[in-house]
Ligand binder design. Structure first.
Ligand code: HQG
Length: 181
């Protein structure tokens, strides 16, 4: 599979495992899981056949680890980024002292005012290093990098989760915890 096809199939899977499972006739199980067999059958039935080796390649080859199999390998889910109501059953975790968020300069006035909000997602997504944050922010043009005083937030009782792929998730980041505004 060439990288163009891998990207196309990965986007197709993201769309359905995060946002529109019903469009493939799928219902996400608790934790966001679907059966691999059912997923591949549904993809084929909807005009986008994906073989099991291709699926393995997408899951393993994706540098962001967007998708994960369960321990038995019979189920798959998106690790984060859902818009459908789903409980990913993530355990609260102690964050690194400092986390990073890459955003667009145009968003800064609103962020100064109300902090980071989850917008269309279930959580605010934070990166463990500035380089990753830069890549996330670059999706919207010239990125602006904010630092997040995660240690202080954690000490104040705000709850963090770590998705399976190294993204840190939190409900909101009030402006007083942001650096670089
Ligand atoms: C901004 C991709 C105005 C926020 C990436 C961001 C990441 C505000 C945008 C993952 C705001 C939301 C998440 C406020 C936040 N006022 N704008 N108060 N608070 N924003 O895409 O963090 O490809 O929902 O800065 O790589 O950019 O999906 O979040 O610019 O890991 O796997 O509102 O999405 O991963 O944008 O990206 P998003 P994000 P995937």
């Amino acid at each position: 599979m060439d990288s163009k096809q891998a990207t196309r199939l990965s986007k197709f899977l993201s769309l359905h495992l995060r946002h529109r499972p019903a469009a493939l006739g799928l219902i996400l199980q608790e934790g966001g899981w679907v059966n691999v067999d059912g997923l591949l059958t549904a993809c084929a039935a909807h005009g986008t056949p994906i073989s099991l080796p291709q699926l393995n390649e997408i899951v393993e080859g994706n540098y962001k680890k967007r998708f994960a199999f369960d321990a038995s390998g019979t189920r798959i889910r998106a690790q984060q980024g859902h818009s459908v109501e789903v409980d990913l059953q993530l355990a609260p975790a102690v964050p690194p002292a400092v986390l990073y968020h890459g955003t667009a300069p145009a968003a800064l006035p609103a962020i100064r005012h109300e902090g980071l909000q989850k917008m269309g997602r279930h959580h605010v997504h934070l990166s463990p290093d500035a380089e990753t944050a830069r890549r996330v922010g670059a999706r919207r043009g010239q990125p602006h990098i904010l630092t997040v005083d995660a240690a202080a937030m954690h000490a104040a009782g705000l709850v963090f989760y770590e998705s399976g792929n190294g993204v840190w998730l939190v409900d909101a980041v009030p402006p007083q915890y942001l650096g670089g505004l």
